[in-house]
Design a protein around this ligand. Structure first.
Ligand code: IPM
Ligand code: MN
Length: 350
């Protein structure tokens, strides 16, 4: 038997509600197998901060490192100043655990409402760099609050950081049927970083002759995502562009209630972290209204990362089947979780 040590960070708002359903599906899909899950719940987020002033201590981080993977619900609450939990907890986890691949698949399941006029076959994955760019906090401000204030946020792009994420994206493109990689950047303006990304894609691409390479400026990419999303297969991009275009990718493929993500350390020297793209939605927290599907799809990514490919497929097939039968009738968070768990349960051979 195999034991998976899972760190659970339910977090704030709807986080605990959606995580409960993700765990329900995880337990069901593994029931009767030789894989058991050993969970540790971590008390992190707004409540802990209010109580102790702590976001993520060295001790928390050391304890989390002892796990094989992390399932995270959502972080953030209006009662906490903007940036405190985002930087001090969520980004700190991504950075400290070197989650340089922020994997965000976008797939429009049959039957899902989309604002697209001509949906076609939307099925692409965004490989968003997770540890660099303007997210590193390299910046500062002077003369704050005066008319002469200067506020800088420096985007950090290292050859090492760009190459490793570009390599990961090429490997993913190579493994997909269409074998296409699109770099999204803005190299006509951000010439320093843009040219590093371009050169890197060109150099690594030479090792992947089967992969078709394409480029789009980020502004144009937002148009294509709406007018012609089928042109995308694997998108590789920096941390901030990736943040923005993956919200758009979610919007065209069923909304933020369906968007899953993995913060992955491909070398597996640290636990990777799986989380819905959506936030803590404090306005609907505690009402059993949140759609847990994005968390359940994040569980599928988690299973895939752990090499449990059949189980991952059962979970994503369960979601596809459930979605196909959705008719707009509201269902509670736990009702959706129950339905997905029932579909994902191992079928006993006749
Ligand atoms: C996301 C979120 C985070 C990000 C925030 C909450 C720090 O928007 O996961 O997309 O910008 O990465
Ligand atoms: Mn975001």
């Amino acid at each position: 038997t195999r034991t998976i040590r899972l760190a659970v960070v339910a977090g704030d708002g709807i986080g605990p509600e959606v995580v409960a359903e993700g765990l329900k599906v995880l337990d069901t899909v593994l029931a009767g197998s030789d894989v058991t899950v050993e969970r540790t719940e971590f008390d992190l987020g707004a409540q802990r901060w209010h109580r102790t002033g702590e976001t993520l201590t060295d001790e928390d981080l050391a304890a989390i490192r002892e796990h094989d993977a992390i399932l995270l619900g959502a972080i953030g609450d209006p009662s906490v100043p903007s940036g405190v939990l985002e930087r001090g907890l969520l980004l700190k986890l991504r950075f400290a655990l070197d989650h340089y691949v922020n994997l965000r698949p976008a797939r429009l399941y049959p039957g899902v409402p989309t604002p697209l006029a001509t949906p076609g076959d939307v099925d692409f994955v965004v490989v968003r760099e997770g540890t660099e760019g303007p997210y590193v906090g390299n910046g500062g401000a002077i003369r704050v609050g005066t008319p002469h204030e200067v506020a800088n946020e420096v985007s950090v792009n290292t050859a090492f950081g760009v190459e490793r994420v570009v390599r990961d994206a090429f490997a993913r493109a190579q493994a997909r049927p269409r074998k296409k990689l699109t770099l999204v950047h803005k190299h006509n303006v951000l010439v320093h970083a843009g040219h590093l990304w371009r050169r890197t894609v060109e150099a690594v691409g030479a090792e992947y002759p089967d992969v078709t390479v394409d480029y789009a400026h980020v502004d144009a990419a937002t148009i294509y995502l709406v007018t012609d999303p089928t042109r995308f297969d694997v998108i590789v991009t920096d941390n901030l562009f990736g943040d923005i275009i993956t919200d758009l990718a979610a919007a065209i493929s069923g909304g933020i209630g369906l968007a899953a993500s993995g913060n992955i350390n491909p070398e597996r020297t640290t636990p990777s972290m799986f989380e819905p793209v959506h936030g803590s939605a404090p306005d609907i927290a505690g009402q059993g209204k949140a759609d847990p599907t994005a968390t359940v799809l994040s569980v599928a990514l988690l299973l895939e990362h752990l090499g449990l490919t059949d189980e991952a497929r059962r979970v994503s097939d369960a979601v596809a089947a459930d979605i196909a039968e959705r008719d707009g009738t509201p269902r509670s968070t736990s009702a959706v979780g129950d339905a997905l768990a029932a579909r994902a349960a191992a079928r006993v051979p006749a």
